[in-house]
Every structure is written in C-alpha cells, then in structure tokens.
Design a protein around this ligand. Sequence first.
Ligand SMILES: Cc1ncc(COP(=O)(O)O)c(C=O)c1O
Length: 396
Amino acid sequence: MAVPLLDLRLQYAQVKDDVQRRMSALCDSQQFILGAPVEELESAVRDYTGCGHAIGASSGTDALLALFMAMGIGRGDAVITTPYTFFATAGCIHRTGAEPVFVDIDAATYNLDPAKLEDCLRKKCHSGPDGRPVTAAGNRVRAIMPVHLFGCVCDMDRIGVLAREFDLPVVEDAAQAIGADYPSKAGRTMRAGAIGEASYFSFFPSKNLGAFGDAGMATCRDAVLAAQIKLMRNHGMGAQYHHEKVGGNFRLDALQAVVLSAKLPHLDAWHAARRRNAALYREEFEKLGLLDRVTLPVEPYAMAGVPNHHIYHQYVVRVPDRDRVREKLTAAGIGCAVYYPVPLHLQECFASLGYREGDFPESEKAARESLALPIYPELTNEQIREVTAVLGLILA
Ligand SMILES: Cc1ncc(COP(=O)(O)O)c(C=O)c1O
C-alpha cells in the first residue's frame, strides 16, 4: 500500500464548501488587496493564539523580513538562532544586513539549547557599551530567535531568563507551530507566537494551517511595533503615496485570507489527529520491537495538561543509515523526507560567516539521521501500520 507523505486533497474535502462560498463572495466583490478578509483572519489568529497584534503577510519569510525591518535590525546587528531550521530563518537575518549567529540544538527536541545559548551570550560575545552582548565580529546582538521546530515549543522559560538578563527581545520562529501550547513554569499556558516580544507564522500549503499558495503572519506584543510592521508590509506607506520608510510589498492576498479563515476553526481537531497518529506510531514501533533502532520524537510537555502540547507539523524519527532507509521507503511507496539535510552554518551562501563542520555537532548529527514520516491528520491506522511494518522490514 502506498502512503504519501502528505495528501492535502483529503483536508480540502472537509472545507471545500466553505472555502468555495467565501471565495465566490470575494470574487463577486473584486476586492483582492487587504481589506475585511485579511482583518478578519488577523483577528481570528489573535483570538486563537492570544498574541497582541497580528499582521498578515505574503509568506512566512516576508512576515519575518517585515518584522526585522520594523525592529530596525540591519548592518552592525546580529540575531541568534539555530542552524537546524528552514533557510528563511537565517536568510531573513542576513537579508537585513545583520549577522546570523548560530547556537546548537538540543538533541532530543531539535530546538535551541538554552545551555548553549547561555554559553554563546557569556563566552562567545562580549559586553557592549550599553551592556548588551556584542559578537566576535563586532555586531550588536539585537534579538534571540528560538525556532519551535516540527511543532513543539522551545524551552521558553530558560530562554526568557537569559533574554531578560541580557535585555534582549525574543522573536519566536513559530512558522511551524501555530496553536502549539507552552506550559510556562509561572503556571500560565501560552501559545506559540504569543510568548516572546514578536513572532511569525508560515501558512505554506503543507503547514498545519496551510493556504492555497504562499501566506504568512507576523505577531507582536507592542502596538508601536505592530504599526511599523504594517507600514513595512505596504512599501512603508502611511498616507497614500507618502512613504515614511522603505518597505516592500509583503501583503497577504485576500484570497489566501478567506481560505485560511475557513480552515482555522478545524485546526485544533487536525492537531489532535496528528497527536493520535503519533501515539499509534509509538504503539506500533513498540509492538514491533523497533525502539532500539528508531528514535521517536519526544513530547516534553505531554504531562503538563496543555491542549496542544505538540502539534506534530512533522513527525521526525532518527534511524541508522538514514539515506539507505529513505531510499528503501521511497521504493516501497512510503512518503518520507529529510528536514534538513544541510545545517545552515554549512550552506554555501553562508561560507563568509566562517563556520566549519564540527561547530554544531547536534545539528550536524540531526541532519544525518533524521527522517520525517507521514503524519497528516487524515492518515488511516492501516497506513500507519503499513509505514511501521515496512520500516521494520528495512531495519530487520
Ligand atoms: C522554520 C521555518 N521558518 C520559516 C519558514 C518560511 O515560511 P514561508 O515558506 O511561508 O516563507 C518556514 C516554512 O517553510 C519554516 O518552516
């Protein structure tokens, strides 16, 4: 039985009528740029995540770029993040003229390791004139950007302690984590995108909440910053044809907004289905005695009683001889993928940053060993059993 990595047609069937009704109304109006549909989605995302302000954008990448531009991040600045993430995270830092500074991940969660962040801030940076850290290259650290990779929120309590000590804002990369909950030690449950000073989501079609093309959203706590992001989204234009800043065209299409508004009410049920699939994978791998060869994803907040402790944007396991396993799974018709085969510090375009192989061992190891298996909500139990059975044969 073939099992695709993702089949969005099954999701579309659930929302088709609503999407088509909303799209048809929009087509009748012929009002495609910003307006009520975008504002409606922004308001729904604010309610859903608890963030202060939400600003729709043409992609996750553009949301992040608009956010950095609004924060005034540029030449002479630096932003700390991990090298084990999608390219856009560091690409946007670089595009502003700032320096991406990498800190290795925690092996179990694939997220920014707070101990290594502390090491970076205390030992690899020195203190600038205002007491904030300055990198070895002489750039002022302007933000810490943890990435909630694969749908599980980073250890935000420990990151927050360091951010406060060094007086740095936390910009969450929540591209893969809309709806993911975080049980803070202060006893409050917070949602990805509403924990740090600012954040952004990607609505790339394969995301848990996916558009019919590219779309994204920036979020932030502060109203002044939100106004700046809005300005940057639309060529820095305040009054019509009066440009206060140089921004870009980072606007969210109304057509994408109506699709996302139709899908958002289903999102929690889809997250829950992904968690159910993850539980069945665990059960099956255990039954097959494969847990000595397949390392399953961890669920650090499973016992905390928060609704979306993990939203499983991807279900990523580690296997020995990953590339051979991937080839065999593909040959057997089982969809799988590698996120991400080359960590960002080893990307050709970042050679000038001066990083070398061995600098971030956990990211490099994850890039060699990790393999994403199908996890989408509509996957059947039979399909999951097929994936585990085939993997069992390959690893026998
Ligand atoms: C971690 C991460 N950051 C940034 C992005 C960029 O988002 P987009 O593809 O919507 O531009 C993505 C999505 O692909 C992502 O997964």
